[in-house]
Design a protein around this ligand. Sequence first.
Ligand code: AQP
Length: 332
Amino acid sequence: TPRVFSGIKPSGGLTLGNYLGAIKRFVDMQGGEFETIYCVVDMHAITVWQSPEDLRHATREVAAGYLAAGIDPDKSTLFNQSRVSAHAELGWLFNCVARVGWMNRMTQFKDKAGKNAENVSLGLYAYPSLMAADILLYHATHVPVGEDQKQHVELTRDIANKFNHDYKVDFFPECTPVIEGPAMRVMNLRDGTKKMSKSGESDMERVNMTDDADTIAKKFKKAKTDPEPLPEEMEGLANRPEARNLVNIYAGLANMTGEEVLAEYGGQGWGFFKPALAELAVERLAPISTEMARLMNDPAEIDRILAKGAEKAKKIADPILDKTFEIMGFVR
Ligand code: AQP
């Protein structure tokens, strides 16, 4: 069976972007033609500073988000990355396969490092190489991600190809990013040209999966828009990033296309559309946040689920790591 691998960093609270771009789709892929492996990629989180309390809390919260949204630990392998040491080991091997020039082209690094590139962690720079290890350690072929991660999955393919070529083997498979649906790049509610992020400055620019109904309604009400009503066709949104974002969010939450949303709401003003959007978001997110809160009351249970998942993950990962060492000539 073809394998799916994907992960989320515990670098803050989960956002609507993480939900629509990742978690919701992870749930949809579960129990079908794929074997599904989902990870809380805690070692990626520390590429920027996390206090120990924050890391512990966010790790459990991401796990709770997965579980509350419908990831079933009996159907999927669900664990946190640091528990399976093969990720770090293969990550190092891939640091020696990947080229500095490849990393220099990563747009996420440029965005995150900004003008401060001399003073960010070396880990932030090498992040895509660890991500390649996360995926290839399971010989995963399908990687559901949001639009922002496309370049990293393509780099994973380059690392696999170079490894296979250098060692004259056909060991690591080709993987493809799976980026499908209307909400693969959910934007900041105050600036439609920026991605909605966990770590964005203002809480008003994102919807958190744990926000209550009033907060969600308030955030959509205050979301930036323009004075025009909704157009009848998607082309009408071409130069209206904030408007397009809200239509795409509605489409993602309702399992509709943007066109279908406009067929229903075209011609309406924001005073009509925003409350409808808020209501839909609350309807979809409230049961998840209630369940997340319940799970977070019992952290020991979350830890137990993650530990059990890690044992399952190791059964796949360890033989693949051993084989990689053997191919490379390590005496073990
Ligand atoms: N705004 C988004 N729209 C669609 N998908 C998104 N994802 C993140 N933001 C959006 C997808 O969620 C998955 C997990 O992302 P991640 O936590 O590993 O890293 P990220 O993309 O860097 O997420 P953030 O929220 O922006 O975190 P910070 O602020 O800490 O860097 C990925 O599949 C991602 O595409």
